[in-house]
Write a protein that binds this ligand. Sequence first.
Ligand SMILES: Cc1cc2nc3c(=O)[nH]c(=O)nc-3n(C[C@H](O)[C@H](O)[C@H](O)COP(=O)(O)O)c2cc1C
Length: 206
Amino acid sequence: VSPAGLNGATDMARIAVINGHPTRGEDHFGHALAAAYGEGASAAGHEVRRITVADLDFPLLGSRREWENGPPPPPVAQAQEVIAWANHIVVVYPLWLGDLPAVLKGFLEQVFRPGFAFGQEGLPGGSKKKPLSGRSARIVVTMAMPALLYRWYFRAHSLKSLERNILAFAGIKPRRHTLIGSVDAISRRKRQRWLDKMRRLGRRAL
Ligand SMILES: Cc1cc2nc3c(=O)[nH]c(=O)nc-3n(C[C@H](O)[C@H](O)[C@H](O)COP(=O)(O)O)c2cc1C
């Protein structure tokens, strides 16, 4: 995270916490993890803005023309403002069918558009301009399988795809991640430890 102020006067970060859990109105570990990260960050004096994807009303992107020429629907434009404001971006989601939940992918397709996230010329890789460079990211993924299985047997394909095909293309680095496995089976105490870890990461804006 780069300093938020001038002349090193402050090293407080501006953090966008994106809760990508698709389920509204129910208790889910993903909601608690996103909240814990934000609490830790606020407690340490960082500025935090939250995006709860499940609360946003937006359509799926339907065409390249729409992607390139917009304008994005208002909730997407607001999310872009938050991401542009931030210098650190946190994304929390559950692994669904080995990948991002569709609503989060749909959100990212809407948000990461040419001009905003990629060079004006269009497609990722088509231009060297990286409008979102200078921002770092943390991705937090929960899953039913052991995290080691996802990492070594499944090669964490979907996580790598998010990191390389979306965040790296947009110039976001460093990109760190936390994989939380066996999440439906772990004890309350273990969950508590993960929440504590999120608060610690939030405090350090990492
Ligand atoms: C539609 C759906 C698909 C899922 N697919 C996977 C999967 O491919 N691999 C896996 O390990 N867990 C899978 N799970 C389990 C979720 O990842 C797990 O329940 C979730 O991370 C728990 O966190 P939560 O309490 O925040 O929902 C799936 C769950 C649902 C509802």
